[in-house]
Design a protein around this ligand. Structure first.
Ligand code: NAD
Ligand code: UD1
Length: 336
């Protein structure tokens, strides 16, 4: 299939492009490089030893999107492009609503115009809010606490309505848990701008000496060691989950959790990182971070039963691959 991958130069998109190419699909990337670099596209081609087509465009721009659909017979769209920093979304809500909602509307209009009926959407476990764990796809969505989360819940709703209005539209909504790690080549990975908000990139930068010590946000949660529990998933497992979702798409709306189903605490992750890489990670316990919940992880049985997909890589592989990328790609990371 010819797959249009929006946000394909970004963290999850670039890994998914590799998985798509390796599964025999052709890839057209549309990315405005607002949070990525064109070098990543070159690296994707190097790793997969295949060509991809790259359009540097903003997918909120309907004319620019139209040109791609006119030039190629697109068989399906995977829509990763979006802004994703929770804190920034509170400061700049309009940018988030505009970028994340308009892009979805523009792309689905183009799908309608050109008769493209396969659509895979990047959603997030954040839409479950403070439901009881594990999170099941059938749960009612609870309010999220920030505009970023709202854009995911709203996009899910818009896409669901579009699918209900068009009986041959096939939609897969993928709710990611906590993607971490990097491609095992060490050539591509997660390279956040500035000081990382998320745990794994913070840990890798402490290990490298770029940051002094990890601040563990609270050790008084009702968990095994008092620190927060999350369902970390290797980014290549997540990438392969997209291929499974795309290849198993049928008409209607399908929602899948992409996680491992296993919870890992902050201190367990730090320990796993130290053992996997034989390196010390200094940390201190500080107050809880506002808005954090104690524990969440996925029920993954639906993806297993319907897509035949389960995550294969364990926390050690996630830590090892995250570190390989951080260690090897100093210039790439630090020039961002
Ligand atoms: P990322 O920032 O690395 O990738 C997003 C890409 O989209 C970037 O390359 C950026 O340049 C591009 N982009 C943004 N707006 C665009 C626009 N209007 N037009 C064209 N390109 C645009 O982020 P990621 O971690 O790879 O996340 C991909 C998707 O998955 C996002 O929608 C994100 O909200 C969602 N998601 C991510 C996580 C996570 O923890 N990383 C968790 C749940 C959901
Ligand atoms: C983040 C996002 C959420 C997104 C999810 C999946 C925020 C506020 N939320 O949440 O929207 O859906 O990722 O990618 O960004 N921790 C520390 N010290 C740190 C960083 C984190 O102790 O420096 C702890 C946190 O308290 C939490 C765990 O590590 O217990 C994971 O944190 P993080 O990586 O930020 O992910 P989420 O909180 O799940």
């Amino acid at each position: 299939m010819n797959i249009l991958v929006t946000g394909g130069a970004g963290y999850i998109g670039s890994h998914t492009c590799i998985a798509l190419l390796q599964a025999g699909h052709s890839v057209i990337i549309a990315d405005n490089l607002s949070n990525s670099k064109s070098e990543t596209v070159m690296k994707v081609m190097d790793i997969a030893e295949k060509e991809v087509t790259f359009y540097e465009i903003d997918v909120t721009n309907a004319e620019a999107v139209d040109i791609i659909f006119k030039n190629y017979k697109i068989d399906g769209v995977i829509h990763f492009a979006g802004l994703k920093a929770v804190g920034e979304s509170v400061e700049k809500p309009l940018e988030y609503y505009h970028n994340n909602i308009v892009s979805t509307v523009v792309l689905t209009k183009a799908c309608h115009k050109y008769g493209v009926n396969r659509f895979v959407f990047s959603s997030s476990a954040t839409v479950y809010g403070e439901n009881n764990v594990p999170f099941f796809e059938t749960m009612d969505l609870l309010p999220t606490t920030n505009p970023y989360g709202e854009t995911k819940a709203m996009s899910e709703r818009i896409l669901t309505d579009i699918t209900r209005s068009n009986p041959i539209f096939s939609l897969s909504i993928l709710r990611y848990f906590n993607p971490v790690g990097a491609h095992e080549s060490g050539l591509i990975g997660e390279a956040p701008n500035g000081i990382p908000n998320n745990l794994m990139p913070y840990v890798t930068q402490v290990a490298k000496g770029k940051l002094e010590k990890l601040r563990v946000f609270g050790n008084d949660y009702p968990t095994i060691d008092g620190t927060g529990i999350r369902d970390y998933i290797h980014v290549m497992d997540l990438a392969e989950g997209h291929v499974a979702a795309l290849e198993n798409l049928t008409e209607g709306v399908h929602v899948y959790n992409l996680g491992t189903g296993k919870g890992t605490s902050v201190l367990e992750l730090v320990k796993a990182f130290e053992i996997a890489n034989d390196i010390k990670v200094s940390y201190e316990i500080v107050d809880r971070r506002a808005g954090d919940i104690a524990s969440y992880y996925a029920d993954t049985s639906k993806a297993k039963n319907e897509l035949g997909w389960t995550a294969k890589r364990d926390i050690v592989a996630m830590c090892r691959d995250a570190w390989r990328f951080e260690k090897n790609y100093k210039d790439f990371v630090e020039s961002k």
